[in-house]
Ligand binder design. Sequence first.
Ligand SMILES: [Zn+2]
Length: 90
Amino acid sequence: MEKITKTSGLVSVKTGELPHRTNIGGYGLTYIGNFDDVLCADCANQWDAEGIAENVVGGFVHWEGAPLVCDNCNCAIESEYGDPDEEGTG
Ligand SMILES: [Zn+2]
């Protein structure tokens, strides 16, 4: 799992927001808060640019495995390639 550690560098200069997806490939980005909490892009963007730099320590693409749960809004963050342990039913 490749983590993006300098979150502040990710903040768009134009909008002051974190991207929802990677520039290359368009993969969904998940963020890590300063309490090791998992944040969906929507929740990571709840702060302004300065707050993001303070409260979001990194981001990553959730490539594979069971969905993560955002610690803030409890939404499911699906992995890009799904869960290999989950036997397909269809
Ligand atoms: Zn969330």
